[in-house]
Design a protein around this ligand. Structure first.
Ligand SMILES: [Zn+2]
Length: 265
């Protein structure tokens, strides 16, 4: 496994990452979410009226067209930017929404989840970030929950035939592949020898909720199409713990006020 260690001191690395991102921000203390808008003039949108994440509730029935997924094995690089673990995509994977093509740029993770569904938080959420030709963004969000512990639990399916199945929390295979090369130090970057198709960490059923929101990190730009998958994907407890231990602190922005927005389903 190849890791890029650019500087010897953690502080130096941290500064280099912040410099890359334009402003110094984090998830706690003086640079935490409450102060994002004040940290830089570029972050004015962080105090806007259409911010993410939200608690998705009070759904409005709508005829939402299915999202057309066209994903290929295109994740070629994994980075630890100090805020999340992110897989960068090469061109060639996209979704079709509103009759427009949005190219998949990158996929990253938050623990615990940023969005809530009907008041429920999940231990892990992935964001699939896409952009169309005009630079408009569409984010597909997927929730992950911990499976049932794989010890000592049996569910009896059919007593007459004496059949039982064991409910297990086997790790998600693709997530296992990703986590095995997760750079543990800030600024770490790893070029994947074999590109990954992240369609494997989407739920099979692509029914979704939809609302208009923003980036959940500075500069919090609005006008983002949020497409939140209704079905939740099961992962193992260790997979959730492994991610959290690399990030050292929760990387979820608190819930934002929904204001006049509608959540469609
Ligand atoms: Zn995100």
């Amino acid at each position: 496994m190849k890791k890029a260690i650019l500087f010897s001191g953690l502080l130096t690395v941290t500064i280099s990452v912040y410099a890359e991102q334009g402003s110094h921000w984090g998830y706690s203390g003086d640079v935490g979410p409450k102060n994002w808008a004040a940290l830089s003039a570029d972050n004015f949108a962080c105090s806007g009226k259409n911010q993410s994440p939200i608690n998705l509730t009070g759904f409005i029935e709508a005829e939402l067209d299915p999202i057309k997924f066209d994903y290929t094995p295109g994740a070629h690089e994994i980075i630890n930017n100090g805020h999340t673990i992110q897989l960068n995509y090469q061109k060639g994977s996209s979704i079709e929404v509103d009759g427009q093509t949005f190219n998949l740029l990158q996929v990253h993770f938050h623990a615990p989840s940023e969005n809530h569904i009907n008041g429920q938080s999940y231990p892990l959420e992935a964001h699939f970030v896409h952009a169309n030709g005009d630079g408009d963004l569409a984010v597909v969000a997927v929730m992950y929950q911990q499976g049932i512990p794989n010890q000592g639990l049996k569910i009896e399916l059919d007593k007459t035939q004496g059949k039982t199945i064991r409910a297990t929390a086997s790790p998600n295979k693709t997530l296992k592949q990703i986590w095995s090369v997760m750079p543990t130090e800030i600024g770490g970057k790893y070029e994947l020898t074999e590109m990954i198709n992240l369609a494997a960490i989407l739920p099979k059923n692509k029914d979704h909720y939809r609302f208009s929101g923003s980036l959940t990190t500075p500069p919090c730009s609005e006008g983002v199409r949020w497409l939140v998958m209704k079905d939740v994907v099961t992962v193992s407890r260790k997979q959730i713990e492994d991610f959290s231990s690399v990030l050292h602190e929760p990387n979820n922005r608190p819930l934002q006020v929904i204001n006049s927005r509608l959540v469609l389903e």
